[in-house]
Design a protein around this ligand. Structure first.
Ligand code: NAD
Ligand code: ZN
Ligand code: ZN
Length: 380
């Protein structure tokens, strides 16, 4: 057993005290794991747009102080009562949506929306006792997505931890714990393009480029990347995008531009922006008769999706996904193996890297549209 098991650990964490204000590296206390919980030493974490969005807290219920972060890799420090399939030293990826293994969703082959551990952005406490495991000088600090990986140590429900091959480099495979799997799965598991079909990808950040990678693996003939940031286009060629559309270059809706390019519409569209306008365009740009559009981006709280019902009558399908429909504990170790077997390139998504002390730089790079994934190193 580790020498710290059962004790409070003091460590560094990047605390968000206020919406949209730089995180502050603080010394905090992390309580031991309770029943069904695991305390994990985080070695590498990266920034996903979902962290930025809730940190900005535009239109969201404010919950501060809070520790964000959900894309990461770490090592189990100690486990709480009732945890049988993880032990000290195991290598794990925290996942923002869990898999209890027992509920109807976990037992269904079609769903990853676990009744107990599905994504919950409003809960800032642990399920076991409704309290936080983080505090500073007695003041509780809220959790985020059940993962809170912007901390040297964190406490996570065992159902939100995928145990992976210990030979996998955590500074690379940490991005499999959200962005890469989400985009890849949105195409491979949900949009399911057939060989030779056309796919439009809205938003060419890491999630969208992983969706494009999924389209390439599926044998798509045309992969049309849509982004308002033209600097993404050159980079996106490495991910299989064959054509580009910048909605800013046209004075008509981008769905009309795409319909003209593709003789009536694309076979599949995957939206990875979080913009409601892009979500509507992604649906309206798929071909009637068979087109499928998949929503991945996290919308604003008050957004409403407006389209004409006739678009559905003409046999278009609209759907969405969390985490690319992967079941975290069942499926993610296999995605890591694909990287180990060189069937999946992870490195090309990693454009930057900063020490933990410079975590705010990762936020700047994402907000400026300069980074895909920036690895934040806590291993020093
Ligand atoms: P990112 O910021 O790196 O990339 C988003 C891209 O979308 C940017 O290149 C931006 O220029 C582009 N964009 C924004 N508005 C646009 C518009 N109207 N039209 C075309 N392009 C537009 O973000 P990311 O980390 O790749 O995440 C993408 C989205 O996926 C975010 O909304 C994030 O919250 C969401 N997400 C969802 C899940 C899930 O499970 N459903 C998981 C992870 C991330
Ligand atoms: Zn994410
Ligand atoms: Zn479940």
């Amino acid at each position: 057993m580790s020498s710290t098991a059962g004790q409070v650990i003091k460590c560094k964490a990047a605390v968000a005290w206020e919406a949209g204000k730089p995180l502050v590296i603080e010394e905090i206390e992390v309580a031991p794991p309770q029943a069904n919980e695991v305390r994990v030493r985080i070695l590498f974490t990266s920034l996903c747009h979902t962290d930025v969005y809730f940190w900005e807290a535009k239109g969201q219920t404010p919950m501060f102080p809070r520790i964000y972060g959900h894309e990461a890799g770490g090592i189990v420090e100690s486990v709480g009562e009732g945890v049988t399939d993880l032990k000290e030293g195991d290598h794990v990826l925290p996942i923002f949506t869990g898999e209890c293994g027992e509920c109807r969703h976990c037992k269904s082959e079609e769903s990853n929306m676990c009744d107990l551990l599905r994504i919950n952005t409003d809960r800032g406490v642990m399920l076991n006792d409704g309290k936080t495991r983080f505090s500073k000088d007695g003041q509780p600090i809220y959790h985020f997505l059940g993962t809170s990986t912007f901390s040297e140590y964190t406490v996570i429900h065992f159902g939100c931890l995928a145990k992976i091959n210990p030979a996998a480099p955590l500074d690379k495979v940490c991005i499999i714990s959200c962005g890469l799997s989400t985009g890849l799965g949105a195409t491979l598991n949900v949009a399911k393009p057939k060989k030779g079909q056309s796919v439009a990808v809205f938003g060419l950040g890491a999630v969208g480029l992983a969706a494009a990678e999924g389209a390439r693996i599926s044998g798509a003939s045309r992969i049309i990347g849509v982004d308002m940031n033209a600097s993404r286009f050159e980079q996106a060629k490495k991910f299989g995008c064959t054509e580009f559309v910048n909605p800013k270059d046209y004075d008509k809706p981008v769905q009309e531009v795409i319909a003209e390019m593709t003789d009536g519409g694309v076979d599949r569209a995957v939206e990875c922006t979080g913009s409601i306008q892009a979500m509507i365009s992604a649906f309206e740009c798929v071909h009637d008769g068979w087109g499928v559009a998949v929503l991945v981006g996290v919308p604003n709280k008050d957004d409403e999706f407006r389209t004409h019902p006739f678009k559905f009558l003409c046999e278009r399908t609209l759907t969405g996904t969390f985490f690319g429909n992967y079941k975290p504990r069942t499926d993610i170790p296999g995605v890591v193996e694909k990287y180990m077997n060189k069937e999946l390139d992870v490195e090309k998504f990693i454009t930057h890297s900063v020490p933990f002390s410079e975590i705010n730089k990762a936020f700047e790079l994402m907000l400026e549209g300069k980074s895909l994934r920036c690895i934040i190193r806590l291993d020093a």
